[in-house]
Design a protein around this ligand. Structure first.
Ligand SMILES: [Zn+2]
Length: 366
């Protein structure tokens, strides 16, 4: 979602129609990013153990792909893992490929994992914006910021430009033309969520980003309003079991609206779509890896656009790739066991009150 505050000037310097043409030419010349090849190698290695699907194509003709593993039955809970919505935030893609590789290799021998996958479905779309990944841009090759592209308008004032703008595709945080259909990448992501997650009684989504602040954050909706979402009690219960079982974790868990509001957030849009089925619970989360830590430890990164959004030193990248696996594993287990912690009745009311005090009260804490 973010990656935002750190990149105001660059697109303006090279903005405009000429820049868009240049980006489209590069996208045509280089067919696909290296990470897409890595994904396909994993698909090949896994054989029948992974279900691989082409779920759409970018305007430049690059395939948009998902892989899935676990019980496909519609009444089983699911977790969707998404990455690379902002092409520049490559580390999100790499973290998901690392987790997927670990799953694929464990499937060959790990009985506990095989049992777990009888109770949960995992769906991965690690390269939502392959064109942006190729070009090293936040936006897709048409200059649209996919995380500002959904048909949702903020109810309160948003920060200028950063909150989403319709002035020009040559400026950052462009939402796309008013009334235009969503971009191919956004549409494909929404189709995957609707088909694979929203149809189930319980699902979680995790969208991996980087670039905002100095600590790792887990955000939940809303981004378009400071109003709490309907499933606040469930989110609080999820945070509680995570914090109780991972006492040394380093995430700040909070609604995105505590940091800034934005138009067009895809997860606000999809969460609202999920409310059409009141019997189902869909909790979308965003991992925002705090890249300023990497910059602080290696200030030379400030002089590279990639460096503001990604760890450049190998051992640091390895540490980042390891760190989030425990969080991914937790989500997988939490989904598989949702019947044991989702609050009902009076407990749900207590969780809701505790969540209001924690995140929305006058002196709310993190
Ligand atoms: Zn982002």
């Amino acid at each position: 979602m973010a990656g935002a505050l750190a990149q105001p000037r660059q697109p303006a310097r090279r903005g405009g129609a000429a820049d868009l043409t240049r980006r489209r030419t590069i996208a045509r010349a280089r067919p696909r990013p290296q990470e897409l090849d890595e994904l396909r190698e994993l698909v090949q290695e896994a054989g029948a153990r992974l279900e691989h699907r082409i779920v759409g194509h970018t305007d430049g003709g690059v395939a948009l792909e998902t892989v899935a593993v676990g019980n496909p039955s519609a009444d089983v809970p699911a977790v969707g893992f998404f990455g690379g919505v902002h092409g520049l935030e490559r580390i999100g893609v790499r973290v998901l490929l690392t987790y997927l590789r670990s799953l694929v290799r464990r499937l060959a021998w790990d009985t506990v994992l095989q049992r777990q996958l009888e109770h949960v479905r995992l769906v991965f779309m690690p390269l939502v914006n392959p064109g942006g990944l190729l070009l090293g841009t936040r936006a897709n090759p048409s200059g649209v910021d996919l995380m500002r592209n959904a048909p949702v308008d903020a109810l309160d004032a948003v920060p200028w430009l950063l909150g989403g703008q319709r002035i020009s595709a040559g400026l950052p945080w462009y939402r796309g033309a008013a009334g235009a259909p969503m971009q191919a990448e956004s549409r494909a992501l929404c189709d995957v969520v609707e088909r694979e997650l929203l149809a189930r009684p319980f699902s979680l989504a995790l969208d991996c980003h980087s670039g905002f602040g100095a600590v790792d954050r887990i955000w939940f909706p809303y981004a378009h309003t400071r109003r709490p979402i309907g499933h606040l009690a469930e989110l609080h219960a999820l945070s509680s079991i995570f914090e109780a079982s991972h006492v040394h974790h380093r995430y700040v868990i909070e609604p995105q609206s505590r940091q800034y509001l934005a138009h067009g957030d895809l997860w606000d849009h999809l969460y609202q779509r999920s409310l059409d089925r009141p019997e189902a619970t869909f909790l979308p989360l965003t991992l925002e890896m705090g890249s300023w830590i990497w910059v602080k430890k290696n200030p030379r990164q400030l002089f590279s656009r990639q460096g503001i959004f990604n760890p450049l030193i190998e051992h640091r990248e390895h540490r980042v790739l390891r760190r989030h696996i425990a969080w991914f594993e937790f989500l997988t287990r939490a989904a598989a066991s949702c019947g044991r912690w989702l609050p009902q009745g009076e407990r749900r009311e207590r969780e809701h009150e505790a969540a209001l005090a924690r995140w929305y009260g006058p002196r709310s804490r993190r």
